[in-house]
Design a protein around this ligand. Sequence first.
Ligand SMILES: Cc1ncc(COP(=O)(O)O)c(C=O)c1O
Length: 383
Amino acid sequence: MEISQYLSSEPVLSLAERLVEIAPGQITRVAPTVTGTEAVEGSVKLAREVTGRPIILGFLGQYHGESTYLTAAASTDLPSNTRGFAQYVPGVVLVPYPQSFRAPFHRGPGPYDDTLYLEYIREWVLRYQVEPDQVAGVLIEPVAGEAGILSPSQAFWDGLTAMCQEYDWKLILDEVQTGLGRCGTVFAAERWGLEPDLLLVGKGVTGGGQAVAGVLGTEEMMAGSAAHLGGTYAWEPAACAGALAGLDLLADGSVLSNVMALESIAREELGPLVGEVGQVGDVRWVGAWACLEFVTVADATEPAPEFQHAVHLAAMRRGVFAISEESKPLYRMQPALTMEPELFRWSCRQVADAIREVAEDMTTSHGSGQSHSVDQRRAPRIG
Ligand SMILES: Cc1ncc(COP(=O)(O)O)c(C=O)c1O
């Protein structure tokens, strides 16, 4: 076990051992951090240290935190948020994260195929931008959370891991959001049989308590490392005791089956909205996570931010609070992993009714079915 604190304690050691026990693949080591951001930054240090290579391959639309270095460069924050620092970060090459709804890559009339994203890396990035032996590692969220619950296919993961092997790129999975049950398995990596070299945890590992995050890694990545991770407040014993209590809750499997029940409910209740309401462009779900994208009636992929805002308010009036940011065409539902399935079903139905209400309002107030404006009396803007 590798703990960066000078003075260790029982909860710290137990937490490190428990995380190694439940981690996928060949993970044997842990380095504690306070935040997910620090875990991301630490993983980049380790990948560069072990490989002696400078470049990190990341994916546009991911979120890795708020530091001014790598996480800012690869964050979903809009350029207006990162202006003045992200654009000057060297050592990072970004490629699009696979997604079917607004896919930048699509070939021919056949079905959507996200291995084209790998082809783009091979045929374009490696040919024109960076040589494979300059890449230290691939930093990727197994499901892109902030980008709207995007979930690549098994074929994509198989292809990406094959490239990692071919070029000796280290696979760094950012499981700060997906880890510890959100996707219905302890780590999302398990859904696709991924064996990361480094795996980053945060958020869920705290069981909702005090800050705990960390880097988990293989012997190769961490046994001989001289890199310093952690910090003064990393893994306070009380925080570790809270995290252990959270892991106890995950251990018997009932939380994970609850999450899978929530996933089925999202599919049943929200999935059919795509065909039913013209302004629902796409619905996606993985575990206890769902995302809706609203579009204009005139164009099936043009974002409809005012529609989204009106749905958000209408759903809140009905008692459901989801995540809706003005700058992103994404409406995300993120229930507690332990939410009663029937309560989640009720919540989905409230959201569905809110969507129908807003769609109908629009048709009534404009007669045209266009979605770029809503009745402001029913949907006052706030902020
Ligand atoms: C995937 C992912 N990585 C990293 C972070 C950063 O974690 P923190 O906010 O603890 O610094 C987040 C936070 O939302 C995240 O979602």
